[in-house]
Design a protein around this ligand. Structure first.
Ligand code: ADP
Ligand code: MG
Length: 762
């Protein structure tokens, strides 16, 4: 009898050849195949009749082939298929698909699925490039008949061309489930399932693939049948269980118990430039409590742009330094690292201890790097600020007590853990340093907890006093002159401005804007996301749906204005006479530092830049943010960019200039920016637009790839799973047998090894 962890090639109907193709989709075992769910269902027992169709809706229709033909237009061959039901007809057309010629025979029954296109006559709707399936006729074998007609039929994304299409999956999965009848072991305890009113695993798997008659279509559509809920819960449960155990294990590890006495308090008081907000006080209190505890701190500090995370971090670092330890602050860009370095120097000028602050970034010259590494290694550097250069192998700390990671969403999880695990100079690992990670990505609390479930969470939910709302406006590119006029006027009032461009120079491979370049947040990634609402696109949707025209990917060289070019133009033309600076990722560290410092001191009026200033940059006197080609930027990016102004008491402006044709999603982003400044609201929109996978940058954020659950859609089940996982770890419930505990453990191990391997690195 087959078992769930059998290799997929031994599943009846598969074999070595197809197994190879399946492996490419990550399907290695029988279980993997069973957890590849249908992405929609067709009720072929109660099909819609053609006169019920409404233009604009997605519909699945069963009708009879009347005729078909290949029309050779001048540009592309067009294949037309006419389906009929009584006196109603439905025309389907496919472009560029001559292979369809001869496929359909008059009298055949066909199921099609697609968007109903409006037409003048209601009895003659159209579908463009619908999905289709020719249904078996009475000569087909009984099994095919039974699986394809007169029932709720599952439709799968192809696992590789037409060979592994829906029809194949139905058969193989059906037979697999039949052969395992009564023998699929459950991985969740009986008593838990009963309490939560969820079906057992075998029933759930059967019904997710072959829903019983009468299952409400809306439930199927929203993946909320009891079968779906059970399997989604299961996935979340093992994720949360693993995270919970990790958290508990962390509490047993040996960390540093810092003292937070009057001496430490005095060291902070002496440098603190302003009264902290209530939120900052609360967060610092939580952080210090962790630092005093003997286990290592693992805490996430979350707060919208401008909420004042930096000063909280500096205070925590002072605690570490006062205790005789080194503190390290890691930032995702050199510019931000440099700014933190300058800010730390300024802040600690007032300190009577005169701690030594060292900057370590990738583009420092080798000599300085070597010198700085020496200072760090000998313990002569107390506060170390840098980029990922900090986690390069060659850096060895003397007594690392606290690591702060700023803008954590820009780093990969691996990097986070690597720094934490660095051994001491003697090669032995002593007590582990505390770790505080900070992010401005406002993540709804439940999601934050599940994403960073191994971390404790503090939130700054309050902005420092005296902030004035930022005025946000859209401007078509043609009205640039007015924008430049406005910039001049603001400069005349003593203010400063940023002007941001999507690229450095006009060249094609011109995107190295973050020191950790990855797709997330790059303008192109935002504009080309077609996989909305799907956590992990395991199969390209384009295999099923032709690319939609409304969100075409921009061409690589599309005449975008660039920072370098516009810096020249503006300086000589519309902004002549002003002090216009240029900042981008390709400058070397010294140049960046000089420019940043001059802008900070007010020696530069207008800073022409790229998204390199997106995160963290803090110049309170800057009151204007102009973004050109704003339609190209992602929502999180725009929000971050806008967050560079409105940091002081002056009235600030964000001007979103648009260049070209704007996609629907682009429109939605711009409108959202104009209508709200609330990071949480924007994050929800962003999350909805891009889907959790891209929003969090799955791999980079350490977000596990979920195979059936969807973080956005299934949030409630996530919360339930978290609760249940904590309860399960808490103590043995009498109703749970030892055998059941054992199978929970086995499943946990399996899913963490295979699916969440990355997270487990900690
Ligand atoms: P972010 O959370 O985006 O990193 P920052 O730490 O850069 O925000 O702080 C934004 C600005 O607010 C900085 O100029 C900082 O000096 C200022 N700030 C922070 N906390 C306070 C406070 N309690 N009172 C007044 N200004 C503050
Ligand atoms: Mg910051």
């Amino acid at each position: 009898m087959p078992a769930l962890n059998d290799q997929v090639q031994y599943v009846r109907g598969v074999g070595p050849g197809l197994a190879k193709m399946l492996a490419e989709k990550g399907i290695l075992t029988a279980e993997d195949l069973l957890y590849h769910f249908p992405f929609r269902y067709e009720d072929r027992q109660h099909p819609v009749s053609l006169d019920e169709l409404k233009p604009g809706e997605l519909a699945s229709v069963i009708a009879e082939v009347r005729n078909s033909s290949l029309v050779r237009t001048r540009r592309t061959p067009l294949f037309e298929l006419t389906l009929g039901q009584g006196r109603h007809v439905l025309k389907c057309v496919w472009f560029n698909s001559p292979y369809l010629n001869g496929k359909f025979l008059a009298g055949q029954t066909v199921a099609v699925y697609g968007r109903v296109e409006p037409s003048r006559s209601t009895s003659n709707f159209k579908m463009i490039q619908p999905q289709f399936e020719i249904l078996p006729d009475s000569t087909a074998d009984a099994e095919t008949q039974m699986l394809e007609v007169g029932r709720i039929t599952p439709v799968y994304e192809s696992l590789g061309g037409s060979r592994l299409a829906s029809r194949w999956q139905r058969k193989v999965i059906f037979n697999l489930l039949e052969s395992m009848r009564g023998a699929v072991p459950d991985c969740l305890p009986q008593s838990m399932l009963q309490r939560l009113d969820l079906p057992d695993r075998e029933t759930a798997l059967r019904e997710v693939h072959f829903p019983p008659e009468g299952t409400p279509p809306a439930q199927l559509q929203s993946s909320s049948t009891p079968a779906h809920r059970r399997l989604i819960f299961e996935e979340f449960f093992f994720l949360e269980l693993g995270l919970e155990l990790k958290r508990r294990r962390m509490k047993e590890r040996k960390g540093i118990a810092f003292a937070a006495n009057d001496k430490v308090r005095e060291a902070i008081r002496e440098v603190l430039p302003f009264h902290p907000t209530a939120a900052q006080k609360r967060a610092l209190g939580e952080i210090v409590a962790d630092m005093r505890a003997p286990s290592p701190m693992r805490r996430l500090l979350q707060g919208d742009v401008g909420s004042g995370k930096t000063i909280v971090a500096f205070q925590a670092m002072l605690v570490a330094m006062e205790n005789g330890y080194q503190a390290a602050l890691m930032a995702p860009t050199e510019i931000l690292a440099t700014q933190h370095f300058l800010a730390a120097r300024k802040l600690l000028e007032r300190s009577s201890r005169k701690p030594r602050i060292v900057l370590l970034t990738g583009s420092l010259d080798e000599d300085r790097k070597r010198t700085n590494r020496g200072l760090i290694n000998r313990g002569d550097a107390n506060l170390i600020i840098g980029t990922h250069a900090l986690i390069e192998e060659k850096v060895e700390f003397d007594r690392l007590g606290l690591v702060v990671v700023d803008e954590q969403h820009r780093f990969g999880v691996m990097q986070r853990f690597k720094l934490m695990k660095k051994p001491g100079p003697d090669g032995r690992s002593g007590p582990e340093p505390d770790v505080l990670v900070m992010t401005a990505t406002p993540i709804p609390r439940t999601l934050a907890l599940s994403l960073y479930g191994d971390l404790d969470l503090s939130t700054l939910d309050e902005l420092p006093p005296g902030r004035v709302p930022i005025v946000t406006r859209r401007m078509p590119g043609e009205r640039a002159e007015e924008v430049w006029d406005f910039v001049r006027k603001q400069v005349a009032k003593g203010r400063q401005a940023y002007i941001v461009y999507p690229v450095i120079e006009g060249s094609k491979d011109d995107q190295p804007e973050l020191d950790f370049s990855h797709d997330e947040g790059q303008p192109d990634a935002a504009a080309s996301s077609t996989n909305r609402h799907r956590t992990t696109p395991k199969v390209k949707t384009t295999e099923l749906f032709p690319a939609s025209a409304h969100e075409a990917a921009p061409s690589a060289k599309s005449g975008l204005k660039s920072a370098v070019e516009m810096h020249e133009k503006l300086r000589k033309g519309p902004l002549a006479g002003l002090r216009v600076g240029l900042l981008h990722g390709r400058l070397d560290a010294d140049e960046k530092e000089v420019i940043m410092r001059r802008f900070q001191r007010g020696e530069i009026d207008v800073l022409v830049s790229t998204t390199v200033i997106e995160v963290g940059v803090d110049v309170a006197n800057a009151s204007v943010m102009v973004v050109e080609h704003a339609e190209r930027f992602g929502l999180a990016q725009l929000h971050q960019l806008r967050g560079r102004v409105g940091r002081g008491a002056a009235k600030s402006y964000c001007i979103l200039m648009t260049g070209e044709r704007i996609s629907d999603l682009g429109e939605e982003r711009l409108n959202a920016m104009v209508s709200t400044q609330d990071g949480f609201v924007l994050a929800e929109t962003d999350l909805r637009q891009r889907g959790p996978g891209e929003f969090f940058g799955t791999r980079q954020a350490g977000l596990p790839e979920l195979r059936v659950a969807d973080l956005l859609r299934d949030r409630q089940l996530l919360e339930l799973a978290k609760h249940e996982a904590a309860r399960f770890v808490e103590g043995p419930e009498p109703a749970v047998t030892e055998a059941e505990r054992a199978s929970v453990r086995t499943q946990l191990k399996q899913s963490w090894q295979r699916k969440y391997g990355l997270v487990e690195a900690g």
